[in-house]
Each structure stands twice: as structure tokens, then as C-alpha cells.
Design a protein around this ligand. Sequence first.
Ligand SMILES: [Fe+2]
Length: 507
Amino acid sequence: MQVQADIKSEIVNYVSEKKAFVDEKAVELLKSRENFREIIDGLLEEGIFFINSEAVEKKLIKTKLDGLETKKVSVKDKGFKPIAKEYNEKIRVISKYDVTGQSKSEGKTENFLHYFQRKFELLSQILKRRQGISPRPISRVKLVPKGNKVDVIGMVLRKWITKKGHVALELEDLESKCIALLIKNDVDTKGIAERVLVDSVIAVKAVKWNDDLIIIKEVFWPDLTVRQAKHVDTNFTIASTSDFHIGSRFFLEKECNNFINWINGREGGEKERKKVGRIKYLVITGDNVDGVGIYPNQINELTIKDIYKQYEEFSRLIEQIPDYIEIVICPGQHDAVRWADPQPAIPKEFLPELNKRENIHFVGSPGWIEIETLKIMMYHGGALHDLIGSVGYLNSKHPEQAMIEVLKKRDIMSTYGMKQPYVPEKEDFLVVKEEPDLVYIGDMHHNAYGSYRGTTVINSGTWQARTDYQVKLGHVPTPGIVPIYEMKTGKISENYFVEKKGLKEID
Ligand SMILES: [Fe+2]
């Protein structure tokens, strides 16, 4: 606090020495800027002697844009010859799995009913394809003699612990309901009960107790099939990043500019530039700007308080990425689209320049693309918070584990009515309808990697420094690290634009 107070009085004194005035809000904006003297001098040169927050904001945006423009160096001028520039892209957006342009919900009761029915239909179809179970409708349990085996598929309506410590699940299909009991000490009651959430769709192998009660012996999830990771015979790679939070005072401008220099081949030796020259695709998973009014008192943490100007800045940044790189951008909870899942793509009006570029593609969250025959799902990550809060062994340091749990459930939606809002769309865009080769997530501001049954999960980190809110939560982000995925081998390398801590690779 002492340091902050010192900086504030330093600003006030500096302005007074120049025979000018500064108001309190302007001091607040300037205190986080190391170059506040430069900004003040610039304003004085422009004839502004009463420095208010509006003048400072304008100056900050202008300085930033000027800075970016002067840093624009032609790739050719530096002798950087990226092989990806000579290569034709192989990318397509799979729009049938994306809510963009397909939102049909009116938020009516029948929309919710239809949504849950559709979710049940889709997930039960996947479950019916699984080996080892022969499910029958719940209404047919009555026809099975007591004590005989019976398999059913149901959506969990309720979950509770009985007086004797068993876990009871009320299961429902499209016609009927029954109670399914996980007997204490009979199966892995605790482990299963923790993962089975209200609204989960599961199949159970069970034994009939009576017409309304079955005893669970085994639980099946829709899950992915067991398969090898798919690799593509190409030398080109996919870089990924996320959570720029442009407009936030915690945005790491210097580190981000280092990234822009690097991806333009202006950094490192020959080997490094060769690696950069193989990047053909860049995936960006949301929170592109910090937004406005996203959380209480956010306004005090913004250096750009206008959403359009935040996007202007984001646009300037992305425009500096070489145009031979195909860029795919999905929204996050801070972007200018609805907060609820599934989120449509960022509207064109916010990013008119980027929308003119043929190498830039906008998708929803979740959004699906295909790169070089690899099926890729992009999802910002909002629903993972509820999942992490509900399942004991998951935590926000390992968002990849939460995403793997989503893949096992084949469903992004956790229990309806928790923190993450959902829109009951006519089509269920939250069921993971295909088995993705790659899943990119963001949101947790924490680089993380995992693989499950042939699917690789990548959380691409952030360009936002640790916020006060994260300090309160004890969450430590990993900003300024950009992963590259080698499509040929499945290897991932990390590239640091903060203090380098060494190169990590995972299979
Ligand atoms: Fe974020």
C-alpha cells in the first residue's frame, strides 16, 4: 500500500512541477504504468494541461496502437522464410456442431423439456453402442423376474444417501422412472457416486430388487472408444493461446508483443525461426477481451473501458500475425456474446477488420473445426468450474482432467442450475457428438495438457497476470506460455514469453 501511495504522490508531484493538473481517476490509471512520465509529457505536448482519466485513456490507446504499428516489420525484410507460407491450408469449420446462427431457444418450459429429451436421446444412442450392456427401457423392468439381471439407461433426476449409507439414484428415460441403489461396500460406491451428477446420462448393469428398485452392479458412461491418437503426415504445427483479456490492467502487453515478434520470425536463432516457420494454424480459445461489467467493480481494473475499443486493440494485435497462418477464434465469458453456453461466435460488428481476412475463422464455444483431417473441439471452459466444484478429485490446476471427465460423459453440461448458465437450444450443442482428436480449452489461465483414449487436451494459458481475485482464491495462473502441437508426432512444446523456465514436452 505504501508503494502505491508513493507512486500516486510521485505522479501528482511530477504534474505539479510541469504546472499542470491531474485528477484522482487519472492518477489511478497512471499508477500502474511504469512510463507514466512519458504519458504525461505526451499529453502536455498535445496542449492538455488538465489531465483527466478520459485524456489518459485516449493517450494509452493511441500509444499502444502507435507502438504496435511501429513494430510492424515485414517478414520478408528480416529474411524469415517460413515454409508454412508456401503451404495451402487444410482447415474447415464444422458448423453443424456450432450454435452460431442456429440459436432457436426462447427460454420456454417446452424448450427445456425438448433440450433434456434430446440430450437423453443423443447420449443413450452412444451408450447403446457400448459393448457389454443390453439396455432395455425402464418400463420393462417390471417384466423381469425378481433377482434377475437387468440393464437400463437413464438420466439422473436425483441423488441422495440413504439412512443405511447406500447411494440412491432416481433414473428416468423417455417413458418411466426407477430407483437404482449403489450398495455400500458392494461396488465402488463413493467413487461412482462422486462422478454421477444430477442430469448425467448413464447405463447401469443391475439386479432387480422389485418393480421400482434395482441394485447397481456396474455403471457405464457414454465415453470415448479406446483408440490410438491420430497423427498426420505433415511437418506443420498448431500453436494455441487464450485469454488475452485486452483492456484489463493485468494484460501483459510486453510479453504479448514478444509473442507477436516471435511468431513473425523476429526472435531467436535459425533453429527457433525454423520452428516458428512451421506454424500453420493458431487456435485461440476465448476471453479475447476483458469485457465491461463482467464482475462487480471491474471498471476499476480496466485500462480500456469501452468494449469496442477493447476489440479494436485485440484486432490490431491479431492483424500483426502473418496472414499465412490460419487463425480460429472462439468466445469466452468475457467476450461480447451471451454468457450462457453454448456461446455463439463473436459478432462481426466488434471485429470488422478481422472478419475481412480469409485466414481468420470465428466459431462458437463449443466450436468444431477440422485441421489436416484432425477433428478439433474448442471450448472456453465455463462449465468446467461446476464440474470441478462437484467432483472431489478435480481441481482448477488441472483443467485437462475436468475436460477428460467431460469426454467420459460426452457432455459439456454439468448439472443444470449451478453457476454456469445454459440455454436450452433445440439441438444439443453441448453433447460431444464425435470423438475429437484434439480439444482446446482456456478459462483457467493455466497451461495444462492431457490425453485420454486417443484424444489430446490442451489448455493454452493466458496473457493476463495474476489478478487480485485470483490472489484471493489462491489460484496461480501461468501467463505468457504458448504451446505448439506437432501433428506428426503428437508432441507438445511450450514457448515462454515470460521468464523462461525450460522447455517441457509431453507425449
Ligand atoms: Fe479468462
